[in-house]
Design a protein around this ligand. Structure first.
Ligand SMILES: Cc1cc2nc3c(=O)[nH]c(=O)nc-3n(C[C@H](O)[C@H](O)[C@H](O)COP(=O)(O)OP(=O)(O)OC[C@H]3O[C@@H](n4cnc5c(N)ncnc54)[C@H](O)[C@@H]3O)c2cc1C
Length: 318
């Protein structure tokens, strides 16, 4: 099966890929999750831009995911997305199978040793709230990150002094060949907004270690995080921090010093409120946003010699 066709225009309106769903259904007769051809992905991302998935798959549970990956033809590329809060989907869409975990990956449980086990489709804030209710401290920082646990594992998400690497005991996932794999904290090779677990692994469950705490105090901590964020960050049509902080510096500051605050390309703008955030003013394309990011990188390099590294993941074709 050749899944690597370029997306084409459909009636001059939409970019679409050749429909691989009938052939996938034929080759994977026991698949239980939903499989949709040419599903627009913009609605699954915070920026609200981007083309379709050649095929979007929403597995029912971990076994369904493993079955799909074990039986999918090798040449079909696989991409997993979470809440799309750190993602630019390019305008031409994403070739192959795009996987989005849902209901079957939303379980959460805690135990007497202050451990929290969460499915990776869960939103970080829901995990933080469950820990707070159970009187488990140490996970409140997650309430400030608008992604899923899967995204937090891949990005080593962190905020206000806490990082995923500080609380993770182990993560479980499925690799491209369909094997179930378990990774200890050390196996994850965490560093700043990075995880070195193999790129093909789709995480399904995380086990976190918290500590005993007072539900009221944790609630107050979460309220303070919420207040700080609302005052300092745009919360709409953005991808959060665009670039990683360069060693010893703040990305927003070097961007500001290079004169980029408020800079616009098409309907994409460097936020006036927080200039490491890019925002879609309403009708931006993915190309506008990515070009704006590259323009910022170029201006910062010319101004200070600092080469900014993208924190936002960009997927798909132009
Ligand atoms: C307003 C705003 C504020 C933000 N503030 C912060 C912050 O304070 N700290 C911070 O760290 N981040 C922040 N972010 C960025 C973002 O929320 C985090 O990177 C988050 O962890 C991404 O999770 P996600 O589910 O949205 O992942 P996505 O954006 O969907 O994907 C991000 C990456 O994770 C991978 N991924 C997703 N799910 C899985 C999975 N199950 N298995 C394997 N890989 C997976 C994707 O392939 C992709 O490479 C912010 C974003 C916004 C929009």
């Amino acid at each position: 099966m050749d899944a690597r066709h370029k997306a084409g225009h459909d009636g001059g309106k939409f970019m679409t890929f050749p429909d691989i769903v009938p052939e996938l259904k034929r080759r994977l007769p026991n698949l239980r999750g939903r499989l949709i051809a040419n599903q627009p992905l913009g609605e699954f991302t915070w920026f609200r831009v981007g083309g379709p998935a050649q095929a979007l798959f929403m597995p029912e549970d971990e076994n369904d995911l493993a079955y799909a990956l074990a039986n999918l033809p090798n040449e079909v590329p696989v991409t997993v997305i979470g809440a799309g809060s750190n993602l630019i989907v390019r305008d031409g869409g994403v070739e192959g199978l795009v996987i989005r975990l849902g209901r079957g990956f939303n379980d959460i449980a805690s135990d007497d040793n202050h451990r929290v086990t969460a499915g990776t489709a869960m939103l970080d804030v829901m995990v933080a709230r469950a820990a707070q209710k159970a009187g488990i401290a140490g996970l409140a920082f997650l309430s400030g990150i608008p992604g899923t646990i899967g995204g937090a594992l891949r990005m080593n998400g962190g905020a206000y002094g806490g990082e995923t690497k500080d609380i993770l005991i182990e993560a479980r996932g499925v690799d491209r060949a369909g094997n179930l794999r378990t990774f200890t904290n050390a196996d994850m090779g965490f560093s700043y907004r990075h995880c070195s677990a193999p790129e093909d692994v789709i995480f399904t469950t995380a086990v976190f270690q918290g500590r005993a705490g007072s539900a009221d105090e944790i609630a107050a901590e979460m309220a303070a995080i919420k207040e700080k964020r609302e005052a300092s960050q745009p919360r709409n049509r953005t991808g959060g921090s665009t670039f990683k902080n360069p060693p010893g510096k703040n990305a927003w500051k070097v961007i500001d010093e290079a004169g980029c605050r408020g800079l616009k390309i098409g309907d994409a703008q460097v936020s006036e409120l927080h200039c490491n955030f890019l925002i879609n003013l309403g009708h931006a394309t993915a190309a506008d946003i990515e070009t704006l990011g590259e323009t910022v990188r170029e201006r910062v390099r010319a101004h200070s010699g600092i080469v900014l590294e993208w924190e936002i993941k960009r997927i798909g074709v132009n």
